[in-house]
Design a binder for this molecule. Structure first.
Ligand SMILES: [Zn+2]
Length: 95
């Protein structure tokens, strides 16, 4: 596992910890840290990170189908979410 994937998992774990502790400012900060890091990863690194998490946390569960896993490559950050939404709107408008 690459250091990038390890760091992604650590940020994910941190988010889960503060979420369980109901530490709301902590959740916001932890989510921002995870999303900011997610943004610098490539699509394939994001997929690898999520696969690594699945394999680690739910080793006995079968993987979701490839079609359902397709969104695993998407960046979590706000900027990319907005960009995706607006490109969907553009596509819809053009049709
Ligand atoms: Zn992004």
């Amino acid at each position: 596992m690459t250091p990038k994937i390890q760091q992604w998992l650590a940020l994910c774990d941190q988010l889960e910890r503060v979420y369980r502790a109901r530490d709301h400012p902590g959740v916001d900060a932890a989510f921002l840290a995870l999303a900011t890091f997610d943004h610098i990863l490539t699509i394939s690194e994001r997929m690898t990170a999520r696969l690594a998490r699945w394999a680690r946390d739910t080793p006995h569960e079968p993987l979701p189908k490839a079609a359902e896993r397709a969104w695993w490559g998407r960046c979590l950050c706000h900027v990319c979410a907005v960009a995706r939404t607006s490109s969907i709107h553009h596509t819809t408008l053009r049709k």
